[in-house]
Design a protein around this ligand. Structure first.
Ligand code: G4P
Length: 548
C-alpha cells in the first residue's frame, strides 16, 4: 500500500474529511447579514417579518410590543429591562428553506455606539434599508462607510412603498451618485402610496400584486401573474402599466447589468422594493438574498487567509456586553465563528494571553431567552460568559496558533473629560477606566498637555458615556463627573507625531493622544476639518484608527 492510500484509509484521515464535509455543508447553507438603516426606516418591522417568514415567530407583534415599552429615561438597569429585541439580542438565527440565516443586530438610534460598527466587522453581507419617501439618511451613510471598508455585499430594500415615496429612478441615482455604488433593480415598483399595486420581479418576469392586509401579522397571500397576462390590464391602471413598461425598457437599455461578482465585491447593490409593515416584498427579497448573498468565506489572519472548512475551530470576539439582563448578571463575549466546528465544552486557546480555556456554557441568544448551544459553524455567532478574559478583537482557536486582524477604532463624535472628584477613589477609578476601555465600552484619549491628566471619553453615541458612568459607580464604587468638550470630529494622523511636528502649528483643532499615544486631531465640526485639509494637503487624516 502506498503512503497516500495508507493515509487516506486511516481513521484519523477519514474523521478529518468527514468533519470537513460537514463544515462545508454547513457553510453552503449559511448566510449572515446585518441591517444598516436610519431610525424609523422600519428595521424592527423588517426583522420581525423576516423572523415570521423564517418560522421563528408565529405572529408579528411580539417584537414591536417590547420595543414600544422602551424607557425614555436612561437608567441603565431600567434600560436593560425595558429594551426590546433590538438591544438584548445580538444575533437572531432562523431557517428559511434549506438555509440557516444569522441576522446580526445593530442597535438603533439612541443606543448607537461603537458596537454597531463592530457588529459590521462580523457580518458577511449588509441589508441597507431605506424609507422610500426619504432615501439616504445620515446614519445609513455612516454605517455604509463601515461596510465599504470591508467591501461587503450590500442589498438595498426600499421600504414603505404603501406610502407616497420618491421617484424610484431618483432613489437609485442617489445611491449611485452619493455612495458610488452601482445599482441593479431585482424588482421594480408599480406605483406608490395609495396607488401602489405591487412589484415586477425581473428574475422571473412576473408581477406580484400588492394586497393591503391589516398590519401583516401573518405571512402575506401572494398573487402572482405572468408578464403579459391579460388580467393585468384589469387589475392595474393603464397609466401605471405604461409607466412600468417605460421604466423597464429604460432599465434594460441603460441600467447596469446583473453581475454577481460585482455584488460580492461590494460594487453593485441589488435593489428591492416593498412594504415591511404589510409583509409585501419581504419573501421575494429573502429568496433573492439567499441566492446572491456571500456565504461565510475566508478571513485574514496572522498565518494567512483561513478558509471556513479548515477543520480546526477559530473565531474572534466582536462585541462584549455587560449586564444585559438583571436575571443573569454577567458579561457575554460574542464570538463570530470563522473556521471549523464549535462544540460545547470545547477547550480552546486564547491567542492574546496564551491561556487555555474551556468553553462550558456557550449560549445562543434569541431575544431575551437564552439557550445553551451545542455546536456552531462558520458564519454563526456564539455568546460566551466572559470572566473578564476577553477583549474586542481577541481570537480563540484550536490547533495551530493564529490571530485574526483586529477590529479598528472608529471615529468618535462625542468627547468629555471624565473627572473623579474624590481623590481617595483614585485607584478604583483608574482600574475601572482601564477595564472598561479594554472591554471596548468607550475609547479613552488624553490631552497632549501632560498637566491635564483626566481621561477624555470618546464615544460614537451618548449612551456609551452613560453606561461608563453607571458602571463605574456600580461596579467600581466611583462616582464621576462628565465635562463635555466641544468637538464632534476626530482624525488620526498618518505618520504620527513626526509628521505633525513638520507641519507646525495648526489652527482650529486640538491635538490629543489615543490610548496608544498616537496623535488624534479633534475638530469642532466638519467645516474646520475641511479647512485644515485644504490648508495642509500634505497631512493624511484617517477617520478609522489603524489597528494597534
Ligand atoms: P426602526 O426599527 O427602523 O426604527 O423602525 P420601525 O420598524 O420601528 O418602524 C418605524 C415606523 O415605521 C413604525 O411606525 C412602523 O410601523 C412604520 N413602518 C415600518 N414599515 C412600514 C411600511 O412598510 N409601511 C408603513 N406605512 N409604515 C411602516 P410607528 O408609528 O412608529 O409605530 P407603530 O405604531 O406602527 O407600531
Amino acid at each position: 500500500m502506498g503512503v497516500h492510500s495508507f493515509l487516506c484509509s486511516s481513521p484519523w484521515f477519514r474523521m478529518v474529511t468527514d468533519l470537513q464535509k460537514e463544515i462545508q455543508e454547513a457553510v453552503q447553507q449559511r448566510r449572515n447579514f446585518a441591517i444598516i438603516s436610519h431610525p424609523d426606516a422600519g428595521k424592527t418591522t423588517l426583522t420581525e417579518k423576516l423572523l415570521l417568514y423564517g418560522g421563528a415567530i408565529q405572529e408579528a407583534g411580539a417584537v414591536k410590543a417590547k420595543r414600544s415599552q422602551r424607557a425614555a429615561t436612561s437608567d441603565w438597569m431600567e434600560l436593560e429591562k425595558q429594551r426590546g429585541i433590538s438591544i438584548t439580542s445580538t444575533v437572531l438565527q432562523f431557517n428559511y428553506h434549506d438555509c440557516t440565516i444569522n441576522l446580526l443586530d445593530t442597535p438603533g438610534h439612541q443606543d448607537f455606539s461603537e458596537d454597531t460598527y463592530r457588529t459590521l466587522a462580523a457580518a458577511d453581507n449588509a441589508v441597507m434599508l431605506e424609507d422610500a419617501a426619504k432615501g439616504l439618511e445620515p446614519q445609513t451613510r455612516k454605517l455604509f462607510e463601515v461596510c465599504r471598508m470591508r467591501n461587503i455585499p450590500i442589498f438595498t430594500f426600499f421600504n414603505k412603498m404603501d406610502r407616497p415615496g420618491r421617484e424610484p429612478l431618483e432613489l437609485l441615482d442617489e445611491i449611485e451618485q452619493e455612495l458610488g455604488l452601482q445599482t441593479y433593480a431585482v424588482n421594480w415598483p408599480i406605483g406608490s402610496g395609495d396607488r401602489f399595486r405591487g412589484v415586477f420581479d425581473r428574475r422571473k418576469q412576473q408581477v406580484h400584486l400588492f394586497e393591503r392586509s391589516v398590519h401583516g401579522k401573518r405571512q402575506a397571500k401572494d398573487t402572482t401573474l405572468e408578464w403579459g397576462d391579460p388580467q393585468l390590464a384589469d387589475l392595474i391602471e393603464p397609466d401605471l402599466l405604461q409607466q412600468l413598461q417605460d421604466e423597464l425598457e429604460l432599465l434594460e437599455g441603460v441600467g447596469t447589468e446583473f453581475d454577481l461578482e460585482a455584488i460580492h465585491a461590494g460594487q453593485l447593490t441589488p435593489v428591492f422594493w416593498g412594504s415591511a409593515m404589510t409583509n409585501f416584498g419581504v419573501e421575494l427579497f429573502l429568496e433573492a438574498f439567499l441566492d446572491y448573498a456571500l456565504k461565510p468565506g475566508a478571513r485574514r489572519s496572522s498565518v494567512g487567509d483561513m478558509a471556513p472548512d479548515y477543520p480546526e475551530f477559530s473565531g474572534f470576539v466582536f462585541k462584549l456586553q455587560a449586564n444585559m439582563d438583571p436575571r443573569h448578571r454577567d458579561r457575554i463575549a460574542f464570538v463570530r465563528v470563522c473556521t471549523g466546528k464549535f462544540e460545547k465544552d470545547m477547550t480552546v486557546q486564547h491567542a492574546r494571553s496564551g491561556r487555555t480555556l474551556r468553553l462550558s456554557r456557550p449560549q445562543k441568544l434569541f431575544g431575551q431567552d437564552r439557550e445553551v448551544l451545542d455546536d456552531a459553524y462558520p458564519g454563526d455567532v456564539i455568546g460566551l460568559n466572559n470572566p473578564g478574559m476577553f477583549a474586542i478583537g481577541d481570537t480563540i482557536y484550536t490547533g495551530k496558533r493564529l490571530e485574526y486582524d483586529g477590529i479598528p477604532c472608529f471615529s468618535p463624535e462625542i468627547f468629555a473629560y471624565l473627572r473623579n472628584p474624590n481623590p481617595s477613589k483614585f485607584k478604583p477609578f483608574r482600574k475601572g477606566v482601564s477595564e472598561l476601555r479594554e472591554e471596548g465600552a468607550v475609547q479613552i484619549m488624553y490631552s497632549a498637555d501632560s498637566a491635564k491628566r483626566d481621561p477624555i471619553l470618546a464615544a460614537v453615541g451618548q449612551l456609551q458615556l452613560e453606561v461608563v458612568q453607571y458602571r463605574l459607580e456600580n461596579e467600581y464604587g466611583v462616582e464621576t463627573l462628565l465635562e463635555p468638550l466641544p468637538f464632534s470630529v476626530a482624525r488620526w494622523v498618518e505618520g504620527g507625531w513626526d509628521v505633525l511636528e513638520k507641519v507646525g502649528r495648526l489652527f482650529n483643532t486640538t491635538t490629543v493622544k489615543d490610548t496608544w499615544g498616537r496623535p488624534v486631531l479633534l475638530f469642532k465640526n466638519e467645516w474646520n476639518l475641511r479647512q485644515i485639509e485644504a490648508d495642509h494637503p500634505e497631512l493624511q487624516l484617517r477617520s478609522v484608527a489603524p489597528v494597534a
